[in-house]
Structure formats: structure tokens, C-alpha cells
Design a protein around this ligand. Structure first.
Ligand SMILES: CC(C)(COP(=O)(O)OP(=O)(O)OC[C@H]1O[C@@H](n2cnc3c(N)ncnc32)[C@H](O)[C@@H]1OP(=O)(O)O)[C@@H](O)C(=O)NCCC(=O)NCCS
Length: 192
């Protein structure tokens, strides 16, 4: 298995992977299969646009030429929040799960965001999605909050947990201090 950044030529395989994931795991994603299936092919290629300046970058895990999974990161363009990033669109095909593809994708996303100068990464995960939450925890993310009724699935609602980690070299790996102490410090005084 190898991981590389996806390019516009990967758009058909990326689209198929994500539509299957939205369809099979409606609770896990904010996007619905119907909404995303309606997006033109160009939208998927746009999401995979090359270059360092783009707002989002997506990585894929491959077995040969076959796409097994994907995950991306994004950040805003305003200077005061350009140190913050978000991990999105994490999915591995069912047949390839439990073999480290998810871990390799999160590691690649973190390494790329760090190389781009980012300082923090956040993500949201549906409360109760144990395999995803365990994966993120192994990759150094800690839960910093829970939004009740964050996503509507038919007539039901699911809560979304926010998980977060610093990307700086001194905070690489599992967190050693609690998010409360980090958040507390950050909220009361300037941190570097
Ligand atoms: C969450 C998801 C991305 C994880 O992908 P994955 O490729 O299975 O992740 P990994 O293989 O790195 O880790 C998953 C499990 O396999 C285990 N594992 C990893 N490498 C392994 C190996 N070589 N041998 C045996 N087990 C292994 C891990 O310990 C982990 O176990 P756990 O879930 O009990 O903690 C995948 O389950 C998925 O696509 N789920 C549906 C969509 C979804 O929920 N996306 C997340 C949205 S926030």
C-alpha cells in the first residue's frame, strides 16, 4: 500500500469512493450521497487541484492503481487563522479496513499540513463512531467538545465530537497535556 496526493485525473475514482462512503455510512458524514452525486465531475477535479496555494489537499491510499481510501485537509485564507487546519473526508473501502490505511492517510495529512506551516488540526467525528475516534486518538487527536444535534439524518439527529491536535514538532505524537490546559493557556495568554 502507498499513499500519495490525489490529482484531478483521480477524480472519477475519488468520487466513486466517497459516494459509496456517504451511502454506506450516512451517520459518519455531513455530506449526503444525493447532494454529492449531484455535483458535476468538475467539482471533484477542482477539489483535487494541484499546487501549494490551494485551499484543500486530498491524499489517497492505493494498492497498485486501486484507490483504497482518502482523506484531506483544508484551511481558510485569512491570515489570522491560516495556522488552523481541518481534516475532512476520511474513508477507507470496507474490504481494506483494519490494515493501517486509515492511519497512513492521517499521518500523510498531518505531515503535509505541518510541512505547509500549519500549527493545529481539528476534525469532527460522529459521537459513537468508535473505529474513527480510536484512529484519531492514536494519531494524537484529543476530544475537545461535543455538539449535540449537529447533523440531521432523516428525523433523527447525531452529535459530533470535535477532536484537535497541535502540529508543532514539540507537540507531535499523542498529546501529553490536556486540551483544557492547552486551551486554558491559549485563552488567557499568548502561546507560541
Ligand atoms: C474510520 C476508518 C477510516 C478507519 O480506516 P482503517 O483503514 O480501517 O483504519 P486503520 O486500519 O488504520 O485502523 C483501524 C483498526 O485496524 C487496526 N489495525 C491497523 N493496522 C492493523 C494491522 N496491520 N493489523 C491488524 N489490525 C490493524 C487498528 O488497531 C484499528 O483497530 P480499532 O478500530 O479497533 O482501534 C474506516 O473504518 C472507515 O472508512 N469507516 C467508515 C467511514 C468513516 O467512519 N469515516 C470517518 C469519518 S470522521
Amino acid at each position: 500500500m502507498h499513499v500519495r496526493r490525489l490529482v484531478p485525473d483521480d477524480a472519477p475514482a475519488y468520487r466513486a469512493l466517497m459516494l459509496d462512503a456517504y451511502r454506506d455510512h450516512p451517520d459518519a458524514f455531513t455530506s449526503s450521497a444525493e447532494e454529492r452525486a449531484a455535483q458535476p465531475t468538475d467539482w471533484w477535479a477542482w477539489r483535487l487541484a494541484p499546487g501549494d496555494a490551494v485551499a484543500q489537499r486530498v491524499f489517497g491510499a492505493f494498492d497498485g492503481d486501486t484507490l483504497l481510501g482518502a482523506a484531506g485537509w483544508s484551511r481558510g485564507d485569512r491570515a489570522k487563522v491560516s495556522h488552523r487546519t481541518e481534516l475532512f473526508g476520511m474513508a477507507v473501502v470496507a474490504a481494506a479496513r483494519g490494515r493501517g490505511a486509515g492511519r497512513a492517510l492521517v499521518d500523510a495529512v498531518i505531515a503535509d499540513a505541518r510541512a505547509a506551516g500549519a500549527r493545529t488540526m481539528a476534525l469532527t467525528v460522529t459521537d459513537g463512531n468508535g473505529s474513527a475516534e480510536r484512529l484519531y486518538a492514536r494519531c494524537g487527536f484529543v476530544r475537545i467538545g461535543l455538539e449535540p444535534m449537529a447533523v440531521r439524518i432523516g428525523e433523527a439527529f447525531v452529535a459530533k465530537a470535535t477532536m484537535w491536535r497541535r502540529l508543532d514538532a514539540d507537540a507531535a505524537g499523542p498529546q501529553t497535556s490536556s486540551p483544557r490546559s492547552q486551551g486554558g493557556a491559549a485563552s488567557k495568554q499568548r502561546v507560541r
